[in-house]
Design a protein around this ligand. Structure first.
Ligand code: PGA
Length: 253
C-alpha cells in the first residue's frame, strides 16, 4: 500500500520557539495515524535537531530538511551536505522545490546529483516538479513535468526510484491561494504515474507516493487527497497554523 503523507514545508518562516510550539501543538493533538499514513515536517536547517526530541519517538512523524547541497562535501561555505543531515538523524529531504529552482538556479542535473546523494545516505528525497503558469496556459504541463522526472530521476534503477517521494506542485498554485482543482491534480498525477510505469513498470509506479502541493488548505485537503492518484500533500502556508495542519493530517485517506 502506498504511503499517504501530510508534509509541512515551513520554508523560511518561524523562530525556533515558534516552530517548537507549532510542532508541540500539532503532535499533542495525538492524531491516530494508520501504519500507511505519515506526517513530515520540513523545517529550517537550524531546527532539524528539534526532531530528535519532539518527533522521533512518534513512529509516524518525521523531520525533513528543505534542501541539501549537490556535492558530497568540501569547500562550499554555507552549504549543508547530505552526510551532515544523516549524521543528525534526518530521514527526508525536499529536493528541487520550485523556489530553489527559480531563486537559486537549480537545474535538473544538479537535482539528479542531490537525489543520488540522498539515496546513498538513506535519506528519502521528496522530489518536487511542476510547471509555471505560461506552460499550463499553453497546455504543455505534461511534457514539462515528464522532462523534470526524466532528467532528475530516470537514471535510477527500479529499487531506487521506489525510495523517492514525488511532489507535484504547479508553480501558479504555490502561495497564491489558487489551488489546482481536484480534477487537474488527479489528471497530472495519473499522467506522472503512467510516465513512471512506461519507464519502469506498473508495479513500480503503483508503489510511489505522489503528493500534491500548491495552496492546500484545511478546507480543500480532503477532496484533493480523495483523488485516487493523490497520496497526500506538501503544504506551505497552511502548515504554519496548528489547527489547519491538524485538519490536513486528518484528511489523509
Ligand atoms: P503553499 O506552498 O501551500 O503555501 O502554496 C506549498 C509549497 O511550496 O510546498
Amino acid at each position: 500500500m502506498r504511503k499517504q503523507i501530510a508534509a509541512a514545508n515551513w520554508k523560511m518562516n518561524l523562530t525556533y520557539q515558534e516552530g517548537e510550539k507549532l510542532l508541540n501543538d500539532i503532535l499533542s493533538a495525538q492524531i491516530l495515524l494508520e501504519p500507511h499514513q505519515l506526517t513530515i515536517f520540513a523545517v529550517p536547517f537550524p531546527y532539524l535537531i528539534m526532531g530528535n526530541s519532539a518527533v522521533s519517538e512518534e513512529i509516524n512523524n518525521h523531520i525533513a530538511a528543505q534542501n541539501c547541497y549537490s556535492k558530497r562535501g568540501g569547500a562550499y561555505t554555507g552549504e549543508v551536505s547530505v552526510e551532515m543531515l544523516q549524521s543528525i538523524g534526518v530521514e527526508y529531504c525536499i529536493v528541487g522545490h520550485s523556489e530553489r529552482r527559480e531563486y537559486f538556479g537549480e537545474s535538473n542535473q544538479m537535482l539528479a546529483d542531490k537525489v543520488n546523494l540522498c539515496l546513498e545516505y538513506n535519506i528519502t528525497p521528496i522530489f518536487c516538479c511542476g510547471e509555471p503558469l505560461p506552460i499550463r496556459e499553453a497546455n504543455k504541463q505534461n511534457e514539462y513535468v515528464a522532462t523534470q522526472l526524466k532528467e532528475s530521476l530516470f537514471h535510477l534503477d527500479e529499487a531506487q526510484i521506489q525510495q523517492v517521494i514525488i511532489a507535484y506542485e504547479p508553480i501558479w498554485a504555490i502561495g497564491t491561494g489558487v489551488t489546482a482543482s481536484t480534477a487537474q491534480a488527479q489528471e497530472i498525477h495519473q499522467y506522472l504515474r503512467s510516465v513512471i510505469a512506461s519507464q519502469y513498470s506498473a508495479d513500480v509506479a503503483d508503489n510511489i507516493s505522489i503528493l500534491y502541493g500548491g495552496s492546500v488548505k484545511a478546507g480543500n485537503a480532503a477532496e484533493l487527497f480523495a483523488a485516487p492518484d493523490v497520496d497526500g500533500g506538501l503544504v506551505g502556508g497552511a502548515s504554519l497554523v496548528a489547527d489547519d495542519f491538524i485538519k490536513i493530517i486528518q484528511a489523509l485517506k
